[in-house]
Design a binder for this molecule. Structure first.
Ligand code: SF4
Ligand SMILES: [Zn+2]
Length: 323
């Protein structure tokens, strides 16, 4: 199948083709300057071919980094740590007002902003608000929501996506306890895995908290932007691992990188993003959107890869003078 990908050296967009070889789905591509490259797109061809059927959305919205600061330093963080860029209130409102919601406030750790509630109130007043049940979401590691009152106030203004990180597990556990006692339903709970054996722990947690969130997301660590050196795990492998533990159904049309599932009746999603070696830019050209460091607003993953190129000294095939 023909598509568009990126050169892993200079990050320019180049034609690419996927084909079946040795029981895998392989992407081949050629950069006019840096030569031939190939990468594995999926290790299960049948799963991949089935993923090409039908329209396969990810989820709607625009991601906005409201701070580069974080209270943690996790092993896998796509965000560029140590960069202390804190956008102003007005810059964030402007970014939201020129993009379609819902607005997903991320970072860094958004709750480190003292004006977060004011920001959410302003965002919720934007004309785009009201088109969805929630017009804004906040992704947090539980840093401030370990405080019950803070959690209640935040929940009044926005949906909450809670991420589990070993480095912040006490805050995560406290937030979950409050959610149970206050009957708060989270928008999502998010786990990162770098080993298939970790699926067992997610299964155990999901069975203990089957109704705590609208979706439990399981994301495979991937080599995107600030995270490198991971052992790529493919979505089909995670799916098979879930199947070993209990009834697992693919709940709707899926992508090879984003698979909504029902595990024993619990809404979950398996995520294994492309990286620069195997990215299919046509497959992911859809929301959620994000603004890359060159000012381009596009799908979240492409924006991350543009940032990765800039970080490594390249922007779309040209040497970047301003690293
Ligand atoms: S909590 Fe999130 S933003 Fe903070 S270091 Fe961990 S992964 Fe990165
Ligand atoms: Zn190149």
């Amino acid at each position: 199948m023909k598509t568009v990908s990126m050169c892993p050296v200079c990050f320019c967009e180049i034609a690419a083709e996927t084909c079946l070889k040795d029981g895998k789905v392989i992407m081949h591509k050629t950069c006019p300057v840096h030569g031939d490259f190939s990468g594995i797109v999926e290790v299960d061809p049948a799963f991949y071919l089935e993923s090409l059927r039908g329209y396969r959305p990810i989820y709607p919205g625009h991601l906005v980094d409201v701070t580069d600061q974080c209270n943690l330093k996790c092993k896998y963080c796509y965000h560029e740590n140590n960069a202390l860029n804190i956008p102003t209130f007005a810059e964030i409102i402007r970014e939201c007002s020129v993009n379609n919601g819902p607005y997903i406030l991320s970072g860094g750790e958004p709750t480190l902003r003292n004006d977060l509630f004011d920001l959410l109130e302003e965002i919720n007043r934007l004309p785009d608000s009201g088109q969805t049940t929630r017009s804004s979401y906040v992704l947090t590691n539980g840093h401030a929501t370990k405080d019950r009152l803070y959690l209640l106030n935040l929940h009044r203004l926005a949906g909450i996506g809670l991420s589990f990180h070993e480095e912040g597990q006490d805050d995560f556990a406290a937030t979950i306890e409050h959610c149970i006692s206050q009957r708060i339903k989270l928008e999502s709970v998010f786990f990162v895995i770098d080993d298939l054996a970790q699926v067992e722990g997610v299964v155990k947690w999901a069975r203990e908290h089957p109704t705590i969130a609208n979706t439990i997301r399981v994301k495979c660590a991937s080599d995107v932007w600030s995270t490198t050196g991971t052992n790529k795990i493919y979505a089909s492998q995670v799916l098979k691992e879930f199947m070993k533990h209990g009834e697992t159904l693919i709940s709707e049309a899926y992508k090879s990188s984003y698979v909504p599932i029902l595990f024993e009746g619990i809404n979950m999603a398996i995520i294994s993003w492309y990286d620069v070696t195997n990215v299919d830019l046509l497959d992911i050209a859809m929301p959620p959107t994000y603004t890359a460091k060159n000012g381009e607003t596009c799908d979240f993953l492409k924006a991350m890869l543009i940032n990765q190129g800039i970080k490594s000294g390249w922007m779309k095939g040209r040497k970047n003078q301003h690293k």
